[in-house]
Design a protein around this ligand. Structure first.
Ligand SMILES: Cc1cc2nc3c(=O)[nH]c(=O)nc-3n(C[C@H](O)[C@H](O)[C@H](O)COP(=O)(O)O)c2cc1C
Length: 216
């Protein structure tokens, strides 16, 4: 099992969110782990040029985003760890999401699992977790759940995180299906099918991808 942990706190090793995510990793105990601190990577904003839709996994911006996206594609499970910044993920994680709309158009994370890890000052995590879940489903991945904490993370929550990590391991290993989520993913795919056909001349690469999958 290969896990990619994407940590979106600029505080890197001093991050409470990362500390919580590390407990999840302890419980999950994956054979392969790749840790990405987004603050170590250059991530510019999406310019909406649509090149990635014409020619998939291509982008005129020469930064580190494609490198990260390739690691996401190679993983069985992706842990998205972000502090609550004004009831959303941090700007670096949002920028990564915005740059990966090809994943949404082509449901590139189908068969994968995404888990959320959130920390906050006030202990209110709901909109952040919901946003991470929305990203997962819209990219085709199932959402395996989340763990949250008010900072600083205490021992009890760390233990909960390890238990959640064990559960995550089992979900990925046994390829657990979340029926309601699969329904939402299928609905999203049906909506995109119409769009991909409508835009087939401008979104050439993605249209070809859909054809190759026998989805159209
Ligand atoms: C720009 C910014 C915005 C924040 N917004 C919120 C917020 O809306 N709600 C909240 O509970 N905490 C908020 N916080 C506090 C952080 O979520 C909290 O300290 C978190 O544990 C930091 O995680 P880290 O140590 O992983 O960076 C904010 C912090 C910053 C720097």
């Amino acid at each position: 099992m290969k896990i990619v942990l994407i940590s979106a706190s600029p505080r890197k090793n001093n991050s409470q969110t990362f500390a919580l995510a590390q407990e999840v990793i302890k419980g999950c105990n994956p054979e392969q782990l790749e840790t990405i601190h987004l603050c170590d990577y250059k991530i510019e904003f999406c310019r909406h040029c649509e090149r990635c839709h014409r020619k998939i996994m291509d982008c005129p911006i020469k930064d580190d985003v494609l490198k990260i996206m390739k690691k996401m594609l190679a993983a069985d499970g992706i842990i998205l760890a972000s502090p609550n910044y004004i009831d959303c993920v941090t700007a670096s994680m949002k920028a990564l999401f915005d740059r990966s709309t090809h994943f949404i158009h082509c449901k590139r994370l189908l068969g994968k699992y995404i888990a959320g890890v959130v920390s906050s000052g006030a202990g209110y995590d709901e909109p952040v977790v919901n946003y991470i879940k929305h990203y997962a489903l819209t990219c085709g991945a199932q959402f395996a759940g989340s763990i949250s904490s008010r900072a600083p993370v205490d021992e009890k929550t760390k233990e909960k995180a390890r238990v959640f990590g064990e559960k995550l391991h089992s979900i990925i290993k046994n390829k657990k299906t979340f029926k309601n989520q699969l329904k939402i993913i299928e609905q999203g795919k049906a909506e995109f099918k119409d769009l991909i056909i409508l835009r087939k001349d401008s979104w050439r690469g993605e249209y070809e991808y859909w054809k190759k999958q026998n989805w159209i």
